[in-house]
Every structure is written in structure tokens, then in C-alpha cells.
Design a protein around this ligand. Structure first.
Ligand code: SAM
Length: 753
């Protein structure tokens, strides 16, 4: 047998070495495709080269499914079992697969193999923190910071641990130190800024929080999470940073499809009111609502700046505006525009953009604005003119059509079929919202299966209400990245032990009383791989929900049914989500028993139930409504709202007319104040209700982390989070703590009584 010539012996050639060095340099520079080519060249010659396999794993982790990365890293580790960087990468791949115990093991092994590997200690800390193993997490972060006191990743994780432990001040100081050590250009800076924003919010430093959250989106505009966090933080704020950069960020937020524009409304008003004269105008309208015309004459410059403001125009077209002064001003403006249409129609077209925006606002709030009999008859004339005028809707028609749409939904007018065929680009959004989308809902609704005709008289009355006013009327919603089931449940209820949550990668979820689908979208963006059955009484609500789930590309099975009839279902669920529903049933306990019977043995139920304590102002308002004999109709609702706006709401009703209240659209206001059936509960009563339905109380969500921390501090016993009596006493002391709706968790204990 002849000996092989020396150059064919298995030894890395210069070419292989050079390819390997290139591959490593390229992967470190984030040039995935090129790195992959060079690593594959190395493997063609030396198929077990651990460094090349590690490069391919890194490429896969950044570009492809993480499972692929895991395979590469495992092969790399087989060749070099003591390489700490490969162990670290294995940990990272497991972390991304949410396999935290395994991830922690690999990170710790990396740290043992290379004791000065601060990043590995920090990453182990992150895995322990997510597993809520606080002591291990603390130890790992401290080890990381001993080795590298300014390591931004460790400071970020250590700050998150402080947040988890209910200490936002400590968290903020850690994030701040992290920011100092992650200067502009550092990849951790946006994350640290966003985390700092969250901590600052929790310690009540809203303005600073918005400022740093806005910086985070500015630096990393491609990270959707930062935008959503900022939008969530802005919900109901009354203050906003006074900088052009913040105004710009807010305008961009209005354009996003993963942000609910209703969360931006008060922030937009706060920014617009930074113009002192506009602020003065709105204050004057609020102080003397009956002197509105005089105020508008005196402050006409501010008024015209206000309605021309592009941010105001975005708000007008995207979200109901929760402010009485603005509403009164718009009601007047709409009436003035109608008068112009009558007296000097030629000049109306100049205001087309404004009229379209007002019409979009009117459609969003379901025509909750007050209109006089004179205005209504003028609108009738306008419709008649358009109906009998130019069949092509020629010059000047667009503004008049938009004006009609500012008073009535176009689909309800005799113009509707002709309008579907015309090409009026200035009205494109308006016609889509008022004609195309409702037609699509009606079509989808006709395909909807009905389990059984409703027979319960209260269910029929409730159905009727939501057929007339589907709730909530929403346009865009805040989507997030869904988590594995257990992790997602623990994010809502941190004290729930992992073993108490069904172990499933694909939870079966029933949304019982899904309304218009907003809650369903929340479910899909909370629980990874959820398959969803969404049920409601109201066909109109379900039509809306079906259109929206299609728009967001989400697969949901919809069914029209009374919860009372769901005993006919054979499917069983890991989770039932029923928010704001069973308190509208004649006998909530009957509904809850049905739902309880649909749970898998370990299944969980998430309920939104009205709080007797949190809804005290609503009870007062209902008394006021009965006393004033306001009818449960669109007219009655408009009359009540007008009275409260012109005469001012009595002190005990202030929270009902606050920006955060459901006061600003017709369906919201009907749901809040005029519901045909409403039960409210105290926490002890909820205990009895759950017990009767064979359910065990697992906990209630606190709106703010700080509230939860305070409760824990005042109630140190280990079971205090499940102690309804203590929670009740706490709510009596702090009546706002759970808002007007409890967010409760329970599970099945025994067969329903
Ligand atoms: C206040 S809305 C809440 C909608 C949705 N859960 C949300 O949070 O956005 C109440 C919904 O429950 C539905 N509902 C009330 N009673 C019901 C019943 N007996 N069976 C099915 N749905 C019911 C109503 O039709 C309505 O859409």
C-alpha cells in the first residue's frame, strides 16, 4: 500500500484556516450569509470543526429557527465539550426556546469553564429571574458585577430583578448606571432606556419615563416592543414631554397598527395643550360651556390653530376624544360647517380635510355627539340634495357627503349604494370605514354558525343591546409577542406556582363573551400557539370580531351562542377567558357553572367581574339617570351626556366623566351606565360565587406593581394573595386598587354544585 503524499494528510490547510478566520470575523460583524459560506467551506474539508459548527449555529440563531441552531451547537460541543463559548451559545439557544432550566445549566457550565466570564453569570441570572428563583438570580448577577461592575446586560437584568421584587427605585438606579455604561451606539442602550422608563413610571415619574421611552424608540425604531411599551405607558396620561422629538414620536405612534390609538388620546391632548393659547381656550370652554360661541369669537386664532394641528387631526381620525371641552367645541364646529353648507356651499370644499376628520371621529364615537332638531333637518335636506343631484357626485359633493357622514353613518342613508360605486379619493378612508367594512361584517356574520336560538329572556335583552351597540368599537390594538402558556399566566399572576398551570405548548382557549374581538386579540398575543373558540350572543359583535381577526391574520373559530347553552360542547379547555361577561347574565352562577364544566381537569379560568366598591360612582350615576328619567336609547344617552357637560358633573360622578372612563362613545356609555343587566360583587361574594361553581380562587391581578407590593408589605402571610377576606379589607382601604373590574383567576376544584 503506497503512502499518501504529505499534502493529503488530514491537517488544516492554509485555505481552511483562512476560511475559518473569515467566518468568525464575519459572524462577529453580523454578516450572516457570508459567514455561513466560509464556515461551510471549512466543514467541506473538516466536517467536525467545532468553530465552524459554532459559526453556523450562531448564524441559524440569528436568521433561522432556533431549533436548527441548537443542532449546530450540540455538534460543536461534541467536539469541544469544554469550550465555554459553545456552552454559552447552547444556553442562549435554550433561552430563546424558553427552556430556562436547561439554559441556566449551560450558562452556569460556561461560567465554571471560564470563571471570569461575566456575561455567562449575567445570562444565568436572567434565566433564574425568569424562573422566579430570586436567590439564584441575585447570586449570579452579583458574580457578574463583581467581575465587570459596569456590564450593561448584568445591570439590566439586576434592575429587572429589583422590579420583580417590587423595588422600582432600586431598579431605576441600576438601569441608570447601565445607561451611563452603555453610551449612544451600544446595543444594550435602548433596552436599558426602555426598562428605566418602566421603573420611572412605577415610581410616579411619568414625564421622565415618557422621555426615556421615547429615546428608546428613537434609537431602535425597528424594535416593536419599545413602541408598544411607550404606547402602553401613555395610557390616560395627563402630562407629556414638551419637546418636538416627543411630538414626532407621538405622530408616528398614531400610524402604527400594533398600537391602540385610544391609549394615545390624552397624551396627544397634553402635547397640543402645550400651546398656551390653546390650553387657555379649552380651559375657558370647560369653565363656561354655555358661553361657547363667545369664547370661540374671543379666541378664534387659538381655535383655528387647534383644529389645524396635524396631531389633533390624527387624533380626530383615529380615537374617540375623551375631553368634554373638545367635544363641545367640535359639536359647535360641526353645526357651523352645516350652516356654511346651507348658506355658502361653495366655500365648504376648503374645509374638506377637517370635515372628513370630524366625520371619522363621529363614526368612532358612534354619533354620541348632541345634534339639535334644526341640524337634523338640515342634514335631511343635504341628503335630499345629494340624492337628487349629480349622480356622479361631481364638484363640491365630497365635502357635503363628509358632512352627512359627520352626522349619520353613510350606510344608513339612501346614498349608500351609489357611494359604493364612486371614486372619491379624498373620502377613501371614510367610505372604507362607513361602507366597505360594515358590508364585510354583514357578509361574515351570514357565515356564522349559531349553536341554538337564545331562550333566556335576559340573554335576549343583553343580545339586543349588543346587536345595536357592539362593544368595544376598536380599530387597532396593542399586540405583543406571545409567551409559552405557563410563562404568560405567571406574567399575569406571579405567585402562581408553575405546577398549578397546565403544561401545554398549544393551549385550547375559550373566549366566552368575546364581544368585538379585542379580548380575543389579547389572548392570541399573550399565549403562544393558542387555538381559540370565541363565543358571543351578539351576531353584530361577532361580525366585527371576524373582520378584525381576518385583518390581523389570526385564526379564530367563532360561534354565536348563549353561554348557558355551551354544555352542548364536547371540547374541554386549558383556559377560559371571560372578561366583563357573566355579570351581565340573569344568574351569574349558572353561567359560571357551565364554564367551570368546560375546563380540563387542571384548566384555568380568567374572569373580569365588576367590583361593588370600584363601581360606586357608576351606582351613583345610575341613580342620577333614574332620577332624570333618561331613556336607555341613543337619544337618552346623548341627553344625559349633554346635561353632564353643560351643567358639570356632580362631585360623586367625576370619575364617570374622566378621560379613563367609558363615557366617550355611544356603546361604551351604554355599557357603562345603561346596561340592561348588571351585577356587582365584593370579593367575599366572589368567593361564594366561585365556590358554588366548583372553582377555587387563585388570585386577583393588581393594576400596578406598586399596589401589589404595598399589599404584600401589609399582608405578609404566605397565602395572602389568595385570601379573599384580606384582599377585601385592603380594597375597602384603597377603593381604587382593582379599578371597577376585578381581573380574577380560578381553577376547577370539584364537580359544580
Ligand atoms: C362588555 S362586553 C365584553 C366583551 C369582551 N369580553 C371584551 O372584554 O372586550 C360583554 C359581551 O358579553 C356577551 N355576553 C353577555 N352575556 C352573554 C351570554 N349569556 N352568552 C354569551 N355572551 C354573552 C355580550 O354579547 C357582549 O358582547
Amino acid at each position: 500500500m503506497s503512502r499518501q503524499p504529505p499534502h493529503l494528510l488530514h491537517r488544516p490547510s492554509a485555505q481552511v484556516m483562512s476560511d475559518l478566520q473569515r467566518a468568525v470575523a464575519l459572524v462577529n460583524g453580523g454578516q450572516w450569509r457570508q459567514a455561513q459560506i466560509h464556515a461551510q467551506r471549512v466543514l467541506a474539508v473538516t466536517p467536525k470543526d467545532s468553530s465552524a459548527l459554532n459559526v453556523l449555529g450562531t448564524v441559524a440563531m440569528n436568521t433561522g429557527p432556533v431549533d436548527d441552531a441548537l443542532v449546530w451547537f450540540e455538534r460543536a460541543a461534541a467536539g469541544q465539550p469544554r469550550n465555554p463559548f459553545i456552552q454559552f451559545n447552547l444556553g442562549e439557544a435554550h433561552r430563546r426556546l424558553h427552556a430556562y432550566p436547561t439554559a441556566a445549566k449551560f450558562f452556569q457550565r460556561a461560567a465554571v469553564l471560564k470563571p471570569d466570564f461575566a456575561e455567562a453569570h449575567a445570562a444565568a441570572g436572567d434565566a433564574f429571574r425568569i424562573m422566579r428563583q430570586g436567590v439564584h438570580a441575585e447570586r449570579s448577577y452579583q458574580a457578574a458585577l463583581r467581575l465587570s461592575p459596569t456590564l450593561p446586560g448584568a445591570l439590566s437584568g439586576y434592575g429587572l430583578l429589583a422590579l420583580q421584587n417590587g423595588d422600582p427605585s432600586l431598579a431605576a438606579s441600576r438601569f441608570e448606571t447601565g445607561c451611563v455604561n452603555a453610551p449612544v451606539g451600544h446595543p444594550m442602550r435602548p433596552v436599558l432606556l426602555a426598562n428605566l422608563g418602566v421603573a420611572l413610571l412605577q415610581i410616579g415619574q411619568g414625564l421622565q419615563a415618557f422621555d426615556v421611552l421615547a429615546q428608546a424608540v428613537d434609537i431602535a425604531p425597528g424594535d416593536d416592543e419599545h413602541w408598544r411599551r411607550l404606547a402602553g405607558a401613555l395610557r390616560h396620561t395627563r402630562v407629556a414631554p414638551a419637546t418636538p422629538a416627543f411630538r414626532d414620536v407621538l405622530c408616528r405612534l398614531f400610524e402604527r397598527t400594533d398600537v391602540n390609538p385610544r391609549n394615545l388620546a390624552t397624551a396627544a391632548l397634553a402635547v397640543i395643550r402645550q400651546d398656551a393659547e390653546i390650553d387657555d381656550l379649552l380651559n375657558a370652554v370647560a369653565a363656561e360651556p354655555r358661553a361657547l360661541t363667545r369664547t370661540l369669537e374671543e379666541k378664534s386664532d387659538a381655535a383655528s390653530r387647534f383644529v389645524q394641528d396635524p396631531l389633533f387631526r390624527s387624533l380626530l381620525a383615529s380615537a374617540p376624544i375623551p375631553n368634554a371641552a373638545v367635544e363641545l367645541l367640535l359639536v359647535q364646529l360641526r353645526a357651523d360647517l352645516l350652516a356654511i353648507a346651507n348658506d355658502e356651499p361653495a366655500s365648504l370644499e376648503e374645509e374638506l380635510g377637517l370635515i372628513v376628520a370630524i366625520a371619522r371621529q363621529a363614526f368612532l364615537n358612534e354619533y354620541v355627539y348632541f345634534a339639535s332638531a334644526e341640524e337634523q333637518s338640515r342634514v335631511d335636506s343635504l341628503i335630499a340634495q345629494l340624492e337628487h343631484g349629480d349622480p356622479e357626485f361631481g364638484a363640491g359633493a365630497a365635502a357635503r357627503i363628509a358632512l352627512v357622514a359627520a352626522y349619520r353613518p353613510l350606510a344608513s342613508t339612501p346614498l349608500s349604494s351609489r357611494l359604493q360605486a364612486v371614486d372619491l379619493p379624498a373620502l377613501a378612508d371614510l367610505l372604507r370605514e362607513q361602507l366597505t367594512e360594515p358590508a364585510e361584517e354583514a357578509r361574515l356574520r351570514s357565515t356564522l354558525p349559531l349553536l341554538k336560538p337564545m331562550v333566556d329572556s335576559i340573554s335576549i335583552a343583553v343580545q339586543q343591546q349588543y346587536e345595536e351597540n357592539p362593544y368595544p368599537r376598536w380599530t387597532r390594538c396593542g399586540l405583543g409577542a406571545p409567551l409559552p402558556f405557563r410563562e404568560a399566566v405567571q406574567a399575569a399572576l406571579p405567585e402562581l406556582a408553575t405546577r398549578e398551570i397546565p403544561e401545554t405548548d398549544a393551549p385550547q382557549v375559550l373566549v366566552a363573551g368575546c364581544g368585538t374581538g379585542l379580548e380575543t386579540l389579547r389572548v392570541t398575543s399573550t399565549y403562544r400557539n393558542a387555538s381559540i373558540l370565541a363565543v358571543d350572543l351578539s351576531g353584530a359583535s361577532l361580525g366585527y370580531a371576524m373582520r378584525k381577526s381576518r385583518e390581523y391574520g389570526i385564526e379564530v373559530e367563532h360561534l354565536q351562542a348563549d353561554i348557558l347553552d355551551l354544555t352542548a360542547l364536547s371540547q374541554r379547555f386549558d383556559l377560559i377567558d371571560s372578561f366583563g361577561v357573566i355579570h351581565h347574565m340573569a344568574e351569574p352562577v349558572r353561567g359560571l357553572k357551565v364554564l367551570s364544566g368546560l375546563l380540563k381537569p387542571q384548566g384555568l379560568i380568567f374572569l373580569g367581574l365588576y367590583s361593588e366598591i370600584g363601581r360606586r360612582a357608576v351606582v351613583e350615576a345610575r341613580r342620577h339617570i333614574a332620577h332624570g328619567q333618561y331613556a336607555n336609547s341613543a337619544e337618552g344617552i346623548r341627553a344625559l351626556r349633554r346635561e353632564l357637560m353643560l351643567a358639570g358633573a356632580p362631585a360623586q360622578l367625576q370619575s364617570v366623566v374622566s378621560p379613563a372612563s367609558d363615557f366617550w362613545t355611544l356603546s361604551d356609555c351604554r355599557d357603562l351606565l345603561f346596561h340592561v343587566e348588571e351585577h356587582r360583587f365584593t370579593l367575599p361574594q366572589i368567593g361564594e360565587l366561585l365556590d358554588s361553581a366548583g372553582l377555587e380562587f387563585l388570585g386577583v391581578q393588581f393594576g400596578h406593581q406598586a399596589d401589589r407590593t404595598r399589599y404584600r408589605a401589609e399582608n405578609r402571610s404566605s397565602d395572602s394573595m389568595r385570601d379573599l377576606r384580606r384582599l377585601h379589607l385592603h380594597e375597602m382601604k384603597h377603593p381604587e386598587i382593582f379599578g371597577d373590574t376585578y381581573r380574577l383567576w380560578a381553577r376547577r376544584t370539584k364537580a359544580p354544585k
